[in-house]
Write a protein that binds this ligand. Structure first.
Ligand SMILES: [Zn+2]
Length: 190
């Protein structure tokens, strides 16, 4: 779509211009249709990113979308942002994930005394490897985190809740196998 012409103009934008930025500049200086298209594309390149909350330290990281699955590390604690394991969270970590994460949260509400919960744990673990980095898988021990369980009105366990942008999207009670968890999560976003 005329990229060569845009780049030809871009090269005249002066020293220090990057490949993506000159097009943003062109939208103001030239305003041609071709430049607007290029600017939109450049905008995507430079700004499409997600807030990813580190499961280890709660640090909020801004990660370009195309690098979400690339094994990026937390800027604060250097832990891998998605390590293929669900993270057990307490109240503070849970609230940060809920309010700051741009990645949907799949949360397993469980308790140590619950047989079906313990049976589902390996399946949830396996599902994490398949669903990350499109989802962040968390576990909330309702025995220890009774305030969170009350806040979301957890009546039976195991219960899984899918959150997106801080809000509950859907919930499912009862144990599922790994394939069931993955399928359920993906259906809710469809
Ligand atoms: Zn961290």
């Amino acid at each position: 779509m005329g990229c060569s012409r845009v780049m030809a103009i871009a090269r005249r934008c002066g020293p220090g211009a990057t490949i993506a930025r000159p097009a943003l500049h062109l939208i103001y200086s030239h305003g041609a249709h071709i430049c607007v298209l290029a600017a939109v594309q450049a905008e995507k390149i430079v700004s499409e990113s997600r807030h990813v909350v580190c499961a280890h330290c709660g640090g909020v990281n801004r990660v370009p979308v195309e690098r979400l699955g690339a094994g990026g590390k937390c800027g604060r604690c250097k832990a891998v942002l998605f390590d293929g394991h669900p993270a057990e969270v307490g109240s503070n970590e849970f609230q940060i994930q809920l309010t700051r994460s741009d990645v949907p949260l799949l949360v397993d509400f469980w308790a140590p005394w619950c047989g079906p919960c313990r049976m589902m744990a390996p399946a949830f673990e396996k599902a994490a490897r398949q669903l990350e980095p499109g989802y962040r898988l968390l576990k909330v021990n309702t025995e220890e985190q009774q305030a969170i369980a009350a806040q979301f009105n957890i009546r039976s366990i195991p219960t899984m809740i899918l959150f997106a942008r801080g809000r509950e999207v859907s919930r499912m009670s009862g144990a599922l196998d790994a394939a069931g968890i993955v399928a359920w999560a993906r259906q809710q976003r469809a």
